[in-house]
Design a protein around this ligand. Structure first.
Ligand SMILES: Nc1ncnc2c1ncn2[C@@H]1O[C@H](COP(=O)(O)OP(=O)(O)OP(=O)(O)O)[C@@H](O)[C@H]1O
Length: 692
């Protein structure tokens, strides 16, 4: 196919012949060395024959799945320190104390309103009683008239005072309640932002092992659902819970002032309430945690399904995927339903407690005759106790909501404490200027372990790569080729030394080290942004430089503008074009060291040949390490490094290695078949002679 049209059709042999001729035609202009190199990819079956490591990505995914450790689930009651840490992230101690005082004062004003109304009612009742007595006893009409005027004057004055004071209570209550809510939400938002930023920066700096052992769904869950809960649900639930408890406290105080003996049943009911809440909380928190853990696989499954949609459809595995999804969804729904059932049960028990209290309060006014039997007091206590029922429900529901959503804070906190990569070597802060200027790489007794308990994946590596050398890295799958590259970027803890231009990389900051080595990975990574951003994310070069790089990789005609959008994962570009964009990115960065990790494994022979030529031209003076997928791509390298079981077993010019009968490299070349072997030997020989 070419540009969406069928260019040729026929058997494998016919097509191979046609392709061979066409590529030969393209390459005829180039010099002998390049022509020799380029002729090699024309034989398609090389893809099958060339040894090395086609199955690497599949193998890695498998290893990753195997390595995924169980998600850490906290158990038992949330510690109080979690609350302190959460609020301390949002505000200073001083501000928190002010907020607490504001809550209390607002509540005092709010209860003051009720008490004042009761006091007012009692006053009115007493006034009315006095007036009646007075009217009956006084006979003189005149004096009666005068007194009435005076009384009504006093009455209006006292009414005014009642209204003024009531207005003050109402206004104070409104202002203080609004202020405390605004302050509280601000503190919560600060805490939420702080936690998110801390988690984000920690996860970005987490070692590679963290990403290997935590599936993306699990990480996404913390950034979406947990942060969502902390952002939206927790502040509202907390303010509701605090308000409900303060209102309850206020009501109980009023009831105790009016009928002190009610303290006894209140204490008994309080103990019962505490007991129910405790039982509920311990199960609800665990259920909520289980629910959180059961949610992550649903996310992982969806993202994996979307990613592998074409594979699923082509292998007709829809039923299987749907079945898996249903069973994961069932598990999640089961735990969620359990949570709802727990809340329902708690609601029922709380209703019983509140009703018992209300019955006691109401009946005590009938049974007992005390001073408190004034109408205002009775009205205040009964109406407040009825509010108490609603408040108790709301308060407990919201406190449990707070506790269960605090598990999200707990889960976010876990990720804010992820060990950072930099901590591997806290002194690694050097940022040498213009480094590396030559591109010499020296491995001295280097070992790499992916995890302390794992055996070393790289063992006793002692090689020196001279500035500007082109090195091909070969070896069977699992031999340690990618690990060698990982060690260069210090993606895992290393024993021994790796020096670049005689500077130990462990003394250089990771950011500086990594930004000074270019890599073209097997799976090219493109961002969902403009072409310009993809090629020069830090806006360091002019548009001319970018266009020149695109020209070098023959993408100038394909790309209309530097503002052209790249879809998610670069889906509007072919695999080869994505690889070329990565190559253009590497050209723009202009680093002295370039690493290619099987960069040409998934591209067609023409793009492969274009990549090879571009690298030879643009990275002439750079040190280039190539993990080889096809042997022909590295036969003209300065040296070939053969890896086996994490060790460097051969490191020499390919022509010289091929002189070793029974050598690792010789065996690899022999396995490609006599015709290919002859060709490979020929390329190696020419390249060796040209070098001499
Ligand atoms: N992230 C990882 N965590 C733990 N062990 C790993 C990890 N990546 C690789 N290994 C192990 O390190 C060893 C070397 O793997 P590496 O990926 O370097 O091989 P490779 O030569 O690049 O293979 P391939 O050609 O298939 O990509 C293997 O035994 C592998 O299991």
């Amino acid at each position: 196919m070419n540009n969406g049209r069928i260019e040729n059709i026929g058997t494998f042999d016919t097509l191979a012949d046609v392709l061979l001729k066409s590529i030969k035609r393209q390459d005829s202009q180039e010099d002998v060395k390049k022509a020799e190199v380029k002729e090699m990819p024309t034989k398609k079956h090389e893809r099958m024959l060339s040894i090395v490591s086609v199955a690497s990505s599949i193998g890695k995914e498998f290893t990753e799945v195997e390595q995924n450790i169980q998600e850490e689930v906290e158990k038992g009651q949330l510690s109080f320190s979690m609350y302190i840490q959460y609020y301390r992230t949002g505000a200073s101690i001083c501000l928190l104390v002010c907020m607490l005082l504001l809550f209390l004062i607002a509540q005092v004003f709010s209860n003051g309103c009720d008490l004042w109304v009761a006091h007012w009612t009692n006053g009115e009742t007493a006034n009315a009683a006095n007036n009646t007595k007075y009217t009956v006893n006084v006979s003189s009409a005149k004096s009666n008239e005068i007194n009435n005027i005076e009384n009504s004057y006093d009455f209006i004055e006292s009414q005014k005072n009642y209204i003024y004071i009531y207005t003050i209570f109402i206004a104070g209550s409104i202002i203080l309640t609004t202020a405390r809510s605004l302050l509280f939400y601000q503190v919560c938002m600060n805490a939420s932002k702080g936690l998110h930023n801390k988690m984000f920066s920690n996860v970005l700096k987490a070692p590679m092992r963290f990403f290997n052992t935590n599936p993306s769904g699990r990480i996404l869950n913390r950034f979406s659902r947990d942060i969502g809960a902390v952002d939206e649900i927790l502040p509202k639930a907390t303010i509701d819970a605090i308000t409900a408890f303060l209102v309850m406290l206020g009501i109980l105080m009023m009831v105790f002032i009016v009928t002190p003996w009610m303290i006894l049943p209140a204490v008994i009911l309080g103990i019962l309430f505490y007991f129910f809440r405790r039982v509920y909380l311990s199960s609800a928190q665990d259920i909520k945690r289980i629910e959180g853990v059961n949610r992550a696989p649903v996310f992982s499954h969806i993202s994996a399904t979307l990613y592998g949609m074409s594979t699923i459809r082509s292998s007709k595995a829809e039923e299987m995927v749907i079945h898996e999804f249903d069973s994961l969804q069932d598990q999640h729904t089961g735990s969620w339903f359990m949570f709802l059932a727990c809340s329902g049960a708690l609601g029922f028990y709380l209703d019983c407690i509140s009703l018992a209290f209300l019955i006691l309060v109401t009946f005590q006014f009938l049974i007992m005759e005390t001073n408190s039997g004034m109408s205002g007091n009775i009205g205040l206590v009964v109406s407040s106790s009825m509010i108490l029922i609603g408040m108790l429900q709301l308060g407990v529901r919201q406190t449990t909501e707070v506790s269960s959503n605090m598990t999200s804070v707990e889960r976010v906190m876990q990720y804010t404490k992820v060990e950072k990569e930099e901590e591997l070597n806290p002194e690694a802060t050097e940022k040498p200027k213009n480094w590396p200027s030559a591109g010499k790489i020296a491995f001295k007794n280097t070992y790499l372990r992916y995890a302390p308990e794992d055996p070393p994946a790289l063992k006793s590596l002692n090689i020196v790569i001279q500035p500007g050398e082109k090195i091909g890295i070969v070896g069977r799958t699992g031999a340690g080729k990618s690990t060698l590259i990982s060690s260069l970027f210090r993606l895992a803890p290393i024993d021994g030394t790796i020096a670049i231009d005689d500077i130990d990389t462990s003394t250089v900051s990771l950011e500086h080290l990594r930004s000074n080595i270019s890599i073209i990975p097997q799976e090219p990574i493109l961002f969902s942004a403009s072409i310009r951003y993809n090629l020069d994310p830090f806006n360091k070069v002019s548009d001319d430089v970018i266009w020149q790089a695109l020209n070098d990789v023959e993408l100038k005609d394909t790309i209309e503008s530097l503002d052209q959008k790249v879809c998610e994962g670069g889906s509007n570009f072919s695999a080869g074009q994505r690889q070329l964009v990565c190559l253009a990115r590497a050209i723009i960065r202009n680093n002295k060291i370039l690493v290619m990790d099987e960069a040409t494994a998934n591209v067609d022979p023409h793009t492969d040949s274009l990549i090879q030529t571009t690298i030879r031209e643009n990275f002439k003076d750079c040190t280039v390490l190539t993990i080889a997928h096809r042997l022909n791509t590295i036969m003209d390298c300065d040296k070939v490094l053969v890896m086996d079981s994490g060790k460097a077993v051969e490191f020499e010019a390919p022509h010289r290695l091929l002189q070793l009968p029974g050598g690792f490299f010789t065996k690899m070349v022999e396995k490609t078949g006599p015709a290919m072997e002859a060709q490979l030997r020929q390329i190696a020989k020419i390249a060796y002679k040209l070098e001499d």
